[in-house]
Design a protein around this ligand. Sequence first.
Ligand code: NPW
Ligand code: ADP
Ligand code: K
Length: 502
Amino acid sequence: MRLVTSNEIKMLDQRAIKDFGINSLILMERAGISTIEVMWNEFKNLEKYSYAVFCGPGNNGGDGLVIARELLNYTEAVKVILMSEKLTSEATTNLNIFKSLGGEVIKLSDDNILEVVDIIKSSDIIIDAIFGVGLSKNVVGIYAEIINFINLYSNYTVSVDIPSGISADTGKILGTAIRSDLTVTFEFPKIGHILFPGREFSGKLKVVKIGIPKVLQDLNPCDKILLTKDYFNIPKRFKESNKGTYGKVVIIGGSKDYIGAPVLSSIAAIRSGAGKVLLFSTEKSATVALNHELGIIPIAISKDYFDKSHINLILPYIDEKTSVVIGPGIGRNPSTEEFIVELLKSINSPAVIDADAIYLLRNHKNILSEKKNIIITPHPGELSNFLELDIDSVKYNYKLVKETAEKYNLLLVLKDVTTIISDGEKIFFNVTGNTSLSKGGSGDILSGLIGGFLAQSSNVLESSLAAVYILGIASELYEYEGYNLITEILNNIPKVIAEVKE
Ligand SMILES: NC(=O)C1=CN([C@@H]2O[C@H](COP(=O)(O)OP(=O)(O)OC[C@H]3O[C@@H](n4cnc5c(N)ncnc54)[C@H](OP(=O)(O)O)[C@@H]3O)[C@@H](O)[C@H]2O)[C@@H](O)CC1
Ligand SMILES: Nc1ncnc2c1ncn2[C@@H]1O[C@H](COP(=O)(O)OP(=O)(O)O)[C@@H](O)[C@H]1O
Ligand SMILES: [K+]
């Protein structure tokens, strides 16, 4: 599904109005009524509850007034709290209708703020129609006070379009923001619903159509996409096939410092359906690998770290049909830097660069740029180090992910709770997964899964999308969130693949 920024949705709204004569009151009506429909689906008997509808100065407030008017058809227990003297003309029209129906309107001021706090406490449901995608600066003053009181005392909060105070473009809190239980957004999710903290503040997110013509969407192609299984294919299985049909993965990792990481990657590659998985690693990792999965073909190095002397050992096993995963547990020994650089120069296969291999390549970005089919899979700390930027300017920075992918000719997977993936053209946002992945080893599984799909398809984008999405669902399937062994996530992968293929 397409994701939009505030400017993109405003442009679509404006073109619907200007190019097609869809009056903005019609869009507002649909926004309000659709919100009521979602509420009806959530709560059923809307007449059983009391409501306080907080309306801000823009059209988000106008939506709130449509909602308030419609709620009057269920109950008299509806109060509108007007937060501003200034209203848009559409909001004014809807305010007049609400008033003409006998609706109760309270104008917020410093004098009645305590009375309004009592209303917050005594209402069953608060409707947050304070700010939508027009939020333009930090929330301060009486707006901030009311938002904080709603967060403190509301029994249940429904946000119209986006929780007020959350930036639709970044998900960041501008000053302060509403913590919603339910957010009803119009036409498309906004980036702010998908990136933290906005993702958490949105509560349950529902997307409803308000009549933006599809032809407009087609005229304005999007580059930001919420990842679903519609965006990738799992490599096919063929009745008449053998291990050669499903590709070969060469995993290069492990060191004196890390034993298990390359083994996890190798098992994940097998779980992806790959035909053959070769593991180049230390003697210890090789032994551990065989103790866990006899299908892995380990080839041990006799040293604690990889160095240039290992290149000739590995090269004969790599051809263009092989996918390579470099980095899980490989460590930061200076000799390994030279090894990775030389190895990359010598191969043409698609490759996943993970963990410390990303660190070791920070001064060799040109090598990555010159190659085709390179995937790097940093978490924010690793990307911040790679690009020499502080972590805050890297985290969830989807524009930077796209720019970096384009600049260095990479497929970049920025791992996080919302993972961002870009090939330099499109930006995908993944929201599958939970804290069962917040433990050592999940990144290793991811690189092995990508490598495994890559060996079967050579498609860097689809392999990465599939792996990120599937790993997330594999964690969600675990019954006791967070208390899993990392190997239990590996064991869930086949079930997820089967479900995704359906
Ligand atoms: N026709 C349409 O386009 C449709 C729009 N729809 C709905 O409208 C919403 C967008 O409406 P909108 O553009 O009027 O913006 P909105 O979010 O209500 O707020 C803007 C107002 O708030 C003010 N303001 C901003 N920040 C502030 C702050 N920190 N503290 C104080 N004030 C602040 C800002 O002031 P200004 O920046 O101009 O000084 C301006 O007055 C959208 O989310 C959806 O719900 C739907 O009905 C479908 C059709
Ligand atoms: N709370 C979470 N929700 C969703 N995904 C998570 C969460 N915590 C971690 N992950 C995912 O788990 C993986 C962790 O990778 P990484 O930090 O490299 O782990 P490690 O190096 O320990 O293997 C990433 O794919 C990340 O997106
Ligand atoms: K809102």
